[in-house]
Each structure stands twice: as structure tokens, then as C-alpha cells.
Design a protein around this ligand. Structure first.
Ligand code: A2P
Length: 279
């Protein structure tokens, strides 16, 4: 046994799972997106999230550094060979105050263990799917809108996005517009399928073509009449929700009121909810 006479081996700190930043785009003073390399063995389902982050500061007492990690929805689809993330920038946020400064070539930590409930497996078949997002809660839908399965499973895809300002809608608006302009997306998803998308953006604190919280617009019936669809019902409609906590709770209540039941990976049903990341 070669180890018998060896010197005791010093404990080598395990290197965190580093990935390299390949692109960064700043959308507003509070929002940015970035892409990183994808571990070759990492598989995930569109809509899932992973833990990502940076090494924390050195603890002056112990001299040790711990990774500072947060849950981030993967915004890229499962077939993509890179991973995309969409993030807020919180000036005093432990992670995003630093993460917002990353540049191409930098490394971030990514734990390659995707999980989450915003997956097609957690829903039973339906005719129409609603994606309800506020703020950075658009991220998992950026993934699902680029996944062919979304179009195989549904005749109609309604994506609502409520933000405070019009600038905060840009990431999502551009992504949806680009689906039909990108040759590769057109070929992969098909033009007829892309025509299934109905995009319903709203703002609450700045003038835009449609103002108001999606919850209020649904309660009044305005959202349904704008879209020319019947109110949500459990026979035809399915929903995925991703936004701030208050929004999630409110829309969950509304969906239950329409008669939809919450699903999970282990027990698929009619809607699923996930909290958007906040630093
Ligand atoms: P509002 O401006 O009326 O609070 P935030 O940036 O705070 O996460 O909010 C993102 C968007 O979600 C904002 O447009 C905000 O509207 C909206 N919002 C916040 N809470 C709710 C809720 N309970 N129901 C619907 N929309 C909400």
C-alpha cells in the first residue's frame, strides 16, 4: 500500500465549482444578465434553479473564506451549452453588490445541482399555460420560452410580466422579440409555435401602454378581455408563477379561487409557484 509510509496529507480546501463568465449585459441600473460556461455533465430541466455565487470575504478570525451562494433560476433553456442568469443589483446586498461587477473571463461559483418546481413535469396536460412573472421572476420563463416542450404541451402560452418601470421590461421584451428573429430559434421552435406566445407586459410606477398589477387587471377582467380569452378555469388553463413573495401569495390565492390545484414534481397538478431571488 503506497500510502502506508507517506507523510500525513495536508487537508487541501476543495475548490468550489468554478465557471467562467462569457457575457454580461446591464439592462438598467438595477438589472443585469450574464452567461457562464456550463459544466459538461450538468443536466437540468428548463425552469429549474441552481445555487450560484462568489467567495465571501476572508473571516479575520479564522482566516477562512466561505462561498456566498444564492438560488438563481436558470434563464437559458436546457439545450443551451452555456447557462444564463438574470439578476437584480442591490447596492448593499451581500452577493449582488459584488456580482454586478463581474466581467467576461471572471469566475463564479456554481453548484451543479438543479432543482425547482417550475417544470413541465409538475403540471398535468392543458390547453393554455400562463407564465406569471414580476421583476426578475421572468428568468425561469426565459428558459421555458426557449424550450420546445412548452410548445409541444400547449396551444397557447400567455406570459405576463409586471414591473415598476418600462426599462425593467426590456430583458423579457427583447428576448421574446428575438425568438422570431433568430434563425436558430425559428428553426428549433417553429414559426407556428412561436405564434402561440401572447405577451402581456404591465408597469406599475411608470407610464407604459398597459399599467397596473396583473393581479388587479385579472380581478377586474381587463387582462382577459385585452387578451380575448375566457377567465382561467381548471379544465383548460395551467399556470407557473415566479415573482416577489407578496405577488406569489396573492396570485396563488387567485388561482385557487379559479379552481386550480397546486402541483409538485411528485404530484403534478394545475399550477406551480417559485419565489424570485432577492438579495
Ligand atoms: P407595485 O409597484 O404596485 O408594488 P418589486 O420590484 O417590488 O419586486 O415589484 C415588482 C412588480 O411587482 C411591481 O410592479 C410591483 O407593483 C408588483 N407587485 C408587488 N406586489 C404585488 C402583488 N401582491 N400583486 C401584484 N403585483 C405586485
Amino acid at each position: 500500500d503506497a500510502t502506508t509510509n507517506a507523510e500525513p496529507v495536508k487537508a487541501v480546501p476543495t475548490l468550489p465549482d468554478a465557471q467562467t463568465v462569457t457575457a454580461v449585459k446591464h439592462w438598467t441600473d438595477k438589472l443585469f444578465s450574464f452567461r457562464v460556461s456550463r459544466p459538461s455533465t450538468m443536466r437540468f430541466r428548463s425552469g429549474e434553479f441552481v445555487m450560484i455565487g462568489l467567495m465571501g470575504e476572508v473571516n479575520p478570525k479564522t482566516g477562512k473564506q466561505k462561498p456566498l451562494l444564492r438560488a438563481y433560476s436558470i434563464a437559458s433553456p436546457s439545450w443551451d451549452d452555456e447557462l444564463e442568469f438574470y439578476s437584480i443589483k442591490v447596492q448593499d446586498g451581500p452577493l449582488t453588490s459584488r456580482l454586478q461587477h463581474i466581467q467576461v473571463g471572471d469566475e463564479i461559483i456554481l453548484r451543479p445541482k438543479p432543482v425547482g418546481t417550475l417544470v413541465h413535469d409538475a403540471l398535468i396536460p392543458g390547453k393554455r399555460i400562463w407564465f406569471f412573472a414580476t421583476g426578475t421572476g421572468f428568468a425561469p420563463f426565459a428558459s421555458l420560452l426557449r424550450d420546445p416542450q412548452t410548445y409541444e404541451d400547449y396551444d397557447e402560452i400567455i406570459i405576463t410580466h409586471t414591473c415598476r418601470t418600462a426599462g425593467e421590461l426590456t430583458y423579457g421584451a427583447e428576448l421574446i422579440a428575438n425568438l422570431k428573429q433568430d434563425e436558430m430559434m425559428l428553426e428549433l421552435l417553429g414559426e407556428d409555435n412561436l405564434n402561440k406566445i401572447r405577451y402581456y407586459p404591465t408597469t406599475t410606477r411608470e407610464e407604459s401602454p398597459k399599467m397596473g398589477r396583473i393581479t388587479d387587471l385579472m380581478r377586474s377582467g381587463e387582462a382577459f378581455s385585452d387578451l380575448g380569452v375566457d377567465p382561467i378555469n381548471p379544465d383548460s388553463d395551467r399556470a407557473m408563477v415566479c415573482g416577489n413573495l407578496a405577488f406569489n401569495l396573492e396570485i396563488k390565492d387567485m388561482l385557487e379561487g379559479y379552481g386550480l390545484e397546486e402541483g409538485a414534481n411528485s404530484k403534478p397538478a394545475q399550477y406551480v409557484v417559485e419565489k424570485a431571488f432577492l438579495d
